[in-house]
Design a binder for this molecule. Structure first.
Ligand SMILES: Cc1ncc(COP(=O)(O)O)c(C=O)c1O
Length: 386
């Protein structure tokens, strides 16, 4: 078999590889603490599950329109408008199986071979992978610890060329947990507007905010029609396996993205879109409690990591990841991530899984019990000889 040449340019997510290796060790009888995967360790709230059952019984089991059911597009637009102060219409929403296809479709729709896409680095690996897949170049926009891992707008401005087709931002951020301030967003918007470049704003962690206030670049004057605003249900409502996400964007682009959906998934499962409406309409207490518990665990994890020799860790403003600097251990971060798993039984990711500017860091997910987090810290202390 001879694969198409483009397949050699498609990357993957290291988290899934580490999860597989951890699974092998567990089969051998090893006890592994999982801090590698970005998945809430809670069940989906029952009222959302009940709404999905009801929708199935009510007949939402057939194909629906590619862009999404009208009532779901309406409700999700309203959610964005309520939380961001935007004025999206239902017709500007496209609903997809998870937020991830929006990344794929947006890059397919906007980026030609030879173009450039500016991607946060470290950053969600799919941005770079899909950019390279379409024959474009992923230009890293470095996120540095001395700016609390917030993109530097002045540096961003220096990266824009006539080939730049898309700027990707992600706040709160995977893997560092950083959150862009309104000032940052205004400065990024200035660059986008000056060069007339679209911004894909990946915002699935918008509810996981612990310090400061969340803002979207779509709120900034002049950005409405230059923004693709990505949201989802995976993280806010512990719905990773349901696959439900969506984006808001100008009408003409929404029509094109819907066409890509017609050519791939056809549509998102109708009863799941209905469950998404229920998620927004129903009581938010359970989701709020999940977010509060992520904050408590973040604090425990950051405090614990800062007691380890050679490790220093900023307290992230949002999301459920921490990104400790491990250069003081004298161990390469790839090697250290491997030893954490193989020797200490703690599955973590090397910062390099998110790009070259992740070198010298680990990524740990705080979506685990307090007991497991404390145990993981003690195992790492033993590994590092503290
Ligand atoms: C930054 C970021 N964007 C998008 C996604 C995709 O989320 P989903 O496809 O589950 O909605 C994730 C998931 O981990 C993420 O971390």
């Amino acid at each position: 078999m001879k694969l198409a040449e483009r397949m050699s340019r498609l990357g993957t997510e290291t988290a899934f590889e580490v999860l597989a290796r951890a699974g092998e060790l567990e089969k051998e009888g090893r006890d592994i603490i999982h801090l590698e995967i970005g998945q809430p360790d809670f069940r989906t709230p029952d009222y959302i599950i009940d709404a999905a059952y009801k929708a199935m019984k009510d007949g939402f089991t057939g194909y629906g329109p590619s862009a999404g059911l009208p009532q779901a597009r309406e409700r999700y637009a309203q959610y964005l408008n309520d939380t961001r102060g935007t004025d999206y219409k239902a017709s500007e929403i496209v609903i997809t199986p998870g937020a991830k296809p929006i990344l794929f479709f947006s890059i397919l729709a906007l980026v030609n071979e030879g173009d450039e896409v500016i991607c946060p680095n470290p950053g969600f690996p799919i941005y770079e992978s899909v950019t390279e897949f379409v024959g474009a170049t992923a230009v890293p926009s470095p996120l540095r610890e001395d700016r609390e891992f917030r993109l530097d707008p002045a540096e961003l401005a220096s990266l824009v060329t006539e080939k730049t087709k898309l700027i990707i931002i992600n706040s709160p951020h995977n893997p560092t947990g950083s959150m862009l301030t309104m000032e940052d967003l205004e400065a990024i918007a200035e660059v986008a507007i000056k060069h007339n470049v679209m911004v894909l704003s990946d915002e699935p962690y918008s509810k996981m905010v612990y310090d400061g206030e969340f803002h979207s670049i779509a709120e900034v004057d002049g950005m409405r029609d230059l923004t693709i605003l990505l949201e989802g249900f995976s993280k806010t409502y512990a719905m990773t396996g349901w696959r439900l996400g969506y984006a808001a964007m100008r009408q003409d682009l929404a029509d094109q993205i819907a066409k890509l959906q017609t050519n791939s998934n056809s549509c998102t499962a109708s009863f799941i879109q209905m469950a998404g409406i229920a998620a927004y309409d129903g009581p938010q207490g359970e989701s709020d409690a999940m977010m509060k518990s992520f904050q408590e665990r973040r604090d425990i994890m950051v405090d614990g990591l800062n007691t380890l020799p050679g490790v220093s860790c900023l307290s992230p403003a949002g999301a459920f990841y921490v990104f400790p600097n491990v250069t003081g251990t004298g161990i390469d971060s790839r090697e250290l991530a491997k030893r954490c798993l193989e020797e200490a039984g703690v599955a973590v990711l090397s910062g390099t899984a998110f790009g070259k500017y992740g070198d010298g860091y680990l990524r740990l997910s705080s979506a685990n019990s307090v007991e497991n987090i404390n145990e993981a810290i003690e195992r790492l202390r033993k590994l590092l000889g503290g």
